[in-house]
Write a protein that binds this ligand. Structure first.
Ligand SMILES: [Fe+2]
Ligand SMILES: [Fe+2]
Length: 241
């Protein structure tokens, strides 16, 4: 037994009984552990590094959201600039007229041109009628907004509240006709007769403004007040353009 024990320690040059003096049976698990250890270390170390350097899913999501917000903001800014350009183009004819009365006369003329186009359509041209009706509605909305927010108040301030209220009342029926045409089938045989009635009433309203009420107001205001009304009218028109 003693010689077997001696043999078992003869692998160690120093004869110590430390780890290297262990039997093969005890070395195998140690070797296996050594082999397993680097794999374990190798697999855990990079995970630690990746956790430290790579953005988390939440952070990636955050960056994605930031990018999306940036793209959306850029798109919104471009859209706003484009819309301002479009509004300026729509308001340009009135602004370039240089005087509120001349500007409104120009808008009357442009509106009647849309009526001409609608009245030239056949019942089968339903899409064209719908598109022209949208144009008419926008032109009249912008025009009425300017008159009701600037010119009619100036009329009241000039002592002509009765005229202002009468014109404002007539604008209510302009909207009524637009509402009725909107709800009507565009190939209806009643469509063009209603357009004709609408036009007739509108032309009467325009004559009152152009031939009686507005010239009197323009003459009473004087240069400075007319200029103020012109500037205010352009501001209001731009809002709806
Ligand atoms: Fe009007
Ligand atoms: Fe008008």
């Amino acid at each position: 037994m003693a010689s077997k024990a001696q043999d078992s320690t003869s692998d160690s040059p120093t004869g110590d009984t430390g780890p290297r003096s262990r039997t093969r049976a005890t070395r195998k698990p140690a070797a296996a552990a050594k082999q397993a250890e680097p794999r374990s270390a190798a697999s855990s170390a990079p995970r630690k590094r990746s956790t430290a350097k790579r953005p988390t899913r939440k952070a990636q999501g955050g960056l994605g959201t930031v990018s999306m917000i940036g793209v959306a903001a850029a798109g919104l800014a471009a859209g706003l600039v484009a819309n301002l350009g479009r509004k300026a183009a729509v308001q340009a004819p009135s602004a370039l007229a240089g005087d509120w009365f001349e500007a409104l006369k120009g808008e009357h003329k442009a509106t009647l041109a849309i009526f001409d186009a609608i009245q030239a359509t056949a019942d089968s041209q339903t899409m064209r009628r719908s598109v022209l009706l949208v144009q008419l509605k926008h032109a009249l909305a912008k025009h009425a907004f300017t008159e009701e927010n600037v010119v009619y108040p100036a009329l009241r301030d000039a002592g002509q509240a009765g005229d202002a209220d009468k014109l404002n009342h007539e604008h209510g029926y302009v909207k009524q006709h637009l509402y009725d045409l909107d709800g009507m089938a565009k190939d209806s045989p009643d469509f063009l007769p209603l357009v004709a009635k609408f036009r007739s009433e509108l032309e009467s309203h325009v004559r009152e403004e152009e031939e009686e009420i507005f010239p009197a107001l323009h003459a009473s205001l004087g240069e400075e007040k007319n200029l103020a009304v012109t500037r205010a009218a352009n501001r209001e028109g731009f809002k709806i353009a």
